[in-house]
Design a protein around this ligand. Structure first.
Ligand code: FAD
Ligand code: SIN
Length: 519
């Protein structure tokens, strides 16, 4: 007999969105907080550059809003952007209350800048902002008696009836059994889906599970064609997913070709600090046209001691690969970094399924539109985690819950062919990289769609026959996410922000969101 748990609130995901929402929920509520891996594993922990907020007297909310909307290329939702920007100083205060010490110069914040920002407004903890946020939030969570942490528990599907959510089926990876978590409110905080691509800056957790689960339950999934490619990931055979922060360009780092020529001015007057879509496309163009394996980012004009103080993680990581960034240019390539689309939510983080909320990278709040501005993601995580918790705290919890059957594993057998899972996983990620990358075309998108339809039926068959496992759950989600991205990209017959299709190089007159819903 598999276990059933009862909680008031289930939070799926322990990134900065999940942890902050747990901390902001009322102490009267019983909360289950689950992570499919170690609690700290997720994109939040690896965030480098920082979190944006108007903190300087020379800056103002209108400028932050304008920059965010300009970067969003016509698809940003102004009211959501205003909501986020105006709450940014409060988000910073909440993080400080939890113990985060942002880097300061004398008694002022040391603010950096990144692409798209017209002012210095990125608060950071050297280049370990995510590590500091995550370790502090977690230590606060551990002090709360009403929160139970479940590590190595992976959510499979939501428990829904009549467009109402009552929790989720969750695989306990230590016992290999599926447990039911029956709850009044469920918050999806599962992060993004950049693992759909072969090369990514993201950790292995970013397989879009929450978005795929929400899709299967009938949520609107919006603007998934906008995958953000970070222009500068370290290019080295052993440097899996290592990011070279945009903050290096904020401090004057130059992008150069192998012969030393700077090239960004050819593409945009803002050069290295143009928004990411522009910089990533420029690098992609230079690499493809000239047959280069990578381009280079040069920050060697800065003193070694300054680099060690401001970018200690990057400095040490590069040294471990034999690159001294105070002398050598850093080899870099673009890689999938951020999922701008996701589960449609309102300002209280509610989805269109009753009692189901989504926050962080899994959500589509409208603040990023067709392209996210750097350091607005951690901000979105914190602001919407807080508004979500505030909304839940105002609810009553006396609703009767329907009965759900325990997970039935009587008709499946252990698989002897696990290679099928790893093969299909690899195939999906290659298809996405080769045919649904930085530059797209109708032909490539339709080819990807055809291939993914075949893979989907193989995955369905495998899922029907064999015992559930972490890899199978992720594969099932990944193929669905890849299909949603391709379907969204095919639907958008224009080029805008992060979506560039050679067959439709112009922007449409009227920007519209792409909404995908299970038929
Ligand atoms: P994550 O932090 O990714 O957490 C997801 C959580 O969900 C994890 O706990 C995971 O275990 C859990 N999970 C996933 N699926 C399941 C499942 N099926 N069952 C149970 N648990 C599940 N943004 C900025 O604003 N500033 C930056 O400086 C910055 N730097 C970045 C650097 C790197 C290298 C990367 C990868 C991203 C960076 N970003 C930055 C983006 C930002 O870090 C992320 O968008 C943000 O942290 C996402 O937070 P999240 O809480 O939504 O998800
Ligand atoms: C970076 O430090 O370059 C990442 C910032 C971000 O993704 O917002």
């Amino acid at each position: 007999m598999s276990k059933q748990h009862q909680f008031d609130v289930l939070i799926i995901g322990t990134g900065s969105a999940g942890l902050m929402s747990a901390l902001q929920l009322s102490d009267d509520l019983s909360i289950a907080l689950i992570a499919k891996d170690k609690i700290l594993e997720g994109s939040s922990y690896y965030a480098q550059g920082g979190i944006s907020a108007v903190l300087d007297t020379d800056d103002n909310f209108d400028a932050h809003i304008k920059d965010t909307l300009e970067t969003a290329a016509g698809l940003g939702d102004e009211s959501a952007v205003r909501f986020m920007v105006e709450q940014a100083p409060d988000a910073i205060a909440s993080l400080e209350e939890s113990g985060v010490h942002f880097t300061r110069k004398a008694d002022q914040y040391h603010l950096t800048t990144e692409g798209g920002h017209s002012a210095r407004r990125v608060a950071h903890v050297a280049d370990k902002t995510g590590e500091s946020i995550q370790t502090n939030l977690l230590s606060n969570v551990k002090n709360k008696k009403n929160i139970t942490l479940f590590e190595s528990h992976i959510a499979i599907d939501l428990l829904t009836k009549n467009s109402n959510c009552y929790g989720a089926y969750i695989l306990n990876k230590s016992t290999n059994t599926v447990e039911s978590f029956i709850t009044h409110k469920t918050i999806i905080a599962t992060g993004g889906a950049s693992k759909a691509y072969l090369y990514t800056s993201n950790p292995d957790t970013s397989t879009g599970d929450g978005i795929a689960m929400a899709y299967r339950s009938g949520c609107d999934i919006v603007n998934m064609e906008f995958t953000q490619f970070h222009p500068t990931c370290l290019y080295h055979p052993h440097a899996k997913s290592f990011l070279i922060s945009e903050a290096l360009r904020g401090e004057g780092g130059k992008l150069i070709l192998p012969n030393g020529d700077a090239f960004m001015r050819k593409y945009d007057d803002r050069a290295e600090l143009a928004p990411r879509d522009v910089v990533a496309r420029a690098i992609d163009f230079e690499m493809k046209t000239n047959g280069f394996d990578c381009v280079y980012l040069d920050i060697s004009f800065k003193e070694k001691s300054w680099l060690q103080e401001h970018f200690p993680t990057i400095y040490k990581k590069c040294i471990s690969f034999g690159i001294d960034i105070s002398k050598d240019p850093i080899p870099v390539v673009p890689a999938a970094h951020y999922t701008c689309g996701g589960i449609q939510t309102n300002l209280d983080a509610q989805s269109n399924i009753t009692n189901l909320y989504a926050i962080g990278e899994a959500a589509h709040t409208g603040v990023h539109g067709a392209n996210r501005m750097a350091s607005n993601s951690l901000l979105e995580c914190i602001v919407f985690a807080k508004s979500c918790a505030k909304h839940i705290n105002l609810q009553t919890f006396n609703e009767a819950q329907p009965k759900f059957d325990n997970w039935d594993a009587s008709r499946v057998t252990p698989s002897q062919e696990k290679v099928v899972v790893s093969h299909l996983w690899d195939e999906i990620r290659r298809i996405m990289w080769n045919f649904v990358g930085i530059v797209r075309s109708n032909k490539r998108l339709h080819y990807a769609q055809l291939k993914l339809t075949q893979i989907q039926s193989e995955v369905n068959e495998y899922y029907r026959l064999y015992l559930i496992s972490n890899d199978l759950i992720e594969l099932r989600n990944l193929v669905k996410i890849a299909q949603i991205i391709v379907q969204s990209a095919i639907t958008r017959t224009e080029s805008r922000g992060l979506h560039y299709n050679e067959d439709y190089p112009e922007k449409a007159d009227q920007p519209t969101d792409t909404i995908i819903q299970k038929s």
